[in-house]
Design a protein around this ligand. Structure first.
Ligand SMILES: [Zn+2]
Length: 686
């Protein structure tokens, strides 16, 4: 059976499906748009590769490219995603016109069409939510409440592959193999139920956060008023107080990222002992988990906190909370007044996005969330030739071997660790283009005039399909990212990588380009994802995806010490006089860039065209790497990225080249040039 962890949410933008590789951050240009980018754009001819390799390789592109007005940043990934989405919108619209497409593709076309049918959405009003709102209104007791809360759960989070912790429901569910039981799927229960993005928003004392809280409470009231509820302000205040209580018990983002804190196996009976307050029998039955005996309580503190609130807060407040939550969650497919109200708060106020994206884009995004494999299949059949798949698969095999050979040559790693590391590379499943098996949507009913009904049914169908995995063995080759998304993914517990078809396009991969350029671009991306299996998160899982300590103490100590050199190298980059990169925050990604580029280079040199090549091919290789990272950022976006993004800005990722000896030879880089590092200063870890 097919496994799928694409979060099913009504409002997920494609950009949220993130981001092992790191996309151009979709920063909103909320503040005054900076004139031009912070990245300098000197004429390419005057720049030496050894002084600024990024500007040397991308000078022409930088000179002629403008950042679109509604974006904070622009680059190869963003442009590719935009082009790809436009092409898919056309395909989906054509599939809807022709009526000849196969059943699942026709469903995707109908889903899209229903989302676009604003007249039908207006006419339906709140009718599609009638049943849900009636169930909420009928809650009289703690058992009723527990059953409805359980019934609202969906499989909508993914803490490991996507670091996606957000769910509007009280808890998020993730079905995957046990952290220490690779042969068995378990339900993971994660914290949820907050309308603001994170617990910090409820407690941070800065004036900006305080203002956001006020605006959020006003938004709750406005939404309730629109939905026909009286005493909206009074209800909003109580709802906000309840959310604040829930937030109190939530883990922070840093705590959530610590997988060691998450491995809490609970039996069904543990819930009422460890988290009293909820009627857990009613809850688990409502969630269709009544027969399940083992769970992973990913966020035990939040589960305890939420259960306590079920007992402590009156059912009237819970009814209002659930009613607001329902309107808020589905506002995008409710009449315009609801959708606009929601965008006003979440888009403009919270994210600083001045304008809502085109309805066609939102429709595609919703369709992708609901029927990812149908949209993916449509895209692949038109735009991903079998030869491309075969060519990239050959590159993957070469780069995996290169990585194994590099492990062999390490002088600091114990033989036992080496043996296991090589086994991990060798047994890694690498998906190229699209999954081996497509998910089928046979059971999903899609009506071309019922946008919200379609969303509800798709969420339900997805949850049912995920629950069905509980009785079966985990499938390592199952995909977690749709084929038409421009990104790449490392799935630590599956010991697997996904390279969707959409990233296998120029400038990352071009079947018509020289091998050297392809190895430098997509080859380095492949190497990057492989080496994530050995970064601070990936190294905690063994070849079978079991959470276990398989490095010796000395290995780990050496790895950490060597990493510090890379921390220092990146901390020395200063995009602004008053702001340097955070070498620690970006360490995992920089390590993966370095190891990935080195393995891709080795693989190229051993490939048939690499063996016979000279210095020009090496130049093509490194230039291909730099082209894939071409990008521009506005000053505000660049500042925010430097402060918060785990990836270094693309320009600095390009400078990874200065740690490879071959780059010096290819471009005759000499002491005194800006990027020059003496051989002993070049960082070599893998
Ligand atoms: Zn990465």
């Amino acid at each position: 059976m097919t496994h799928r962890s694409t979060p099913i949410k009504t409002t997920v933008a494609l950009a949220v499906l993130s981001l092992s590789l790191g996309a151009m951050p979709a920063f909103a240009a909320g503040q005054a748009p900076a004139p031009g980018a912070a990245t300098t754009t000197p004429a390419a001819t005057t720049i030496l590769p050894g002084d600024d390799f990024f500007a040397w390789a991308n000078g022409d592109w930088l000179a002629k490219t403008e950042i679109p007005a509604d974006r904070g940043a622009w680059g190869a990934m963003a442009a590719l995603a935009d082009d790809t989405n436009n092409r898919i919108i056309k395909l989906v619209e054509e599939a809807g016109d022709g009526r000849k497409a196969e059943a699942d593709i026709r469903k995707a076309a109908d889903f899209y069409r229903a989302f676009m049918n604003e007249a039908a959405i207006e006419a339906a009003g709140l009718a599609p939510l009638k049943l849900q709102l009636a169930k909420i209104a009928a809650i009289k007791s703690r058992a009723d409440l527990s059953r409805v809360l359980g019934g609202s759960l969906r499989a909508d989070v993914d803490p490991l592959n996507f670091t996606d912790f957000s769910t509007p429901n009280l808890f998020g569910v993730w079905i995957n193999q046990g952290l220490t039981e690779p042969g068995r799927n378990l339900p993971y229960l994660l914290q949820g139920g907050l309308g603001l993005p994170d617990r910090a928003y409820y407690f941070d004392s800065s004036p900006r956060m305080a203002e956001l809280r006020t605006r959020y409470q006003q938004y709750i009231a406005a939404m309730l008023k629109l939905g026909g509820y009286d005493k909206a302000e009074e209800r909003a205040a109580k709802i906000f107080a309840l959310e604040t209580e829930l937030a109190e018990s939530h883990a922070t983002r840093e705590e959530s990222a610590d997988i060691q804190k998450a491995n809490n196996v609970w039996s069904a009976r543990d819930f009422s002992v460890k988290a009293p307050g909820m009627d857990w029998n009613a809850f688990l039955k409502g969630a269709r988990l009544g027969k399940q005996d083992r769970f992973i309580a990913y966020h035990p503190g939040a589960i305890r906190g939420a259960a306590a609130q079920v007992a402590a807060t009156d059912t009237g407040t819970w009814r209002d909370y659930l009613a607001f939550n329902t309107l808020n969650q589905y506002a995008d497919t409710l009449p315009k007044a609801y959708a606009e109200l929601r965008f006003e708060f979440y888009g403009k106020t919270l994210a600083g996005t001045p304008q809502q994206s085109l309805r066609t884009k939102r429709a595609l995004s919703a369709t992708t969330v609901a029927l990812p494999d149908a949209v993916g299949k449509l895209y692949v059949s038109k735009y991903f030739p079998a030869e491309s798949k075969a060519q990239v698969q050959r590159m993957v095999a070469d780069i995996k071997s290169a990585f194994e050979r590099r492990i062999d040559k390490l002088d600091w790693m114990a033989p036992s660790t080496k043996a296991h590391a090589k086994e991990k590379v060798r047994t890694m499943y690498v998906g190229v283009g699209y999954p081996d098996r497509w998910e089928s949507y046979t059971d999903l009913k899609v009506a071309p005039t019922d946008a919200l009904g379609n969303v509800l049914r798709a969420q339900e169908q997805h949850y049912r399909a995920e629950l069905a995995k509980l009785g079966s063995t985990p499938v390592r080759s199952a995909w977690a990212m749709p084929p038409h998304v421009v990104n790449a993914l490392n799935l630590p517990m599956q010991n697997a990588l996904n390279f969707p078809a959409a990233i296998l396009q120029a400038p990352f991969f071009d079947p018509k380009a020289r091998d050297a350029a392809n190895y430098g671009a997509i080859g380095a991306v492949i190497g990057h994802e492989i080496s994530h299996s050995f970064d601070d998160m990936g190294a905690q899982f063994d070849a079978k995806g079991t959470l276990r300590d398989w490095w010796t103490k000395d290995d780990l100590a050496h790895f950490r010490a060597a990493s510090q050199k890379l921390v220092a190298q990146y901390a020395a980059y200063k995009p602004f006089d008053d702001l340097a990169l955070n070498g620690q925050l970006t360490l995992s990604e920089n390590l993966s860039d370095l190891a990935g580029l080195a393995a891709a280079y080795d693989a190229f040199k051993l490939s048939p065209s690499g063996k016979a090549s000279g210095v020009q091919a090496d130049r093509d290789f490194f230039a291909g790497y730099a082209h894939a990272w071409r990008s521009k950022m506005r000053e505000t976006a660049l500042r925010r990225a430097v402060l918060t993004d785990g990836h270094a800005p693309a320009q600095y990722r390009t400078y990874t080249v200065r740690n490879l000896d071959a780059w010096y030879e290819a471009f005759d880089v000499k002491p005194g040039q800006t990027l020059y590092l003496a051989p002993q200063e070049r960082v070599r870890i893998w």
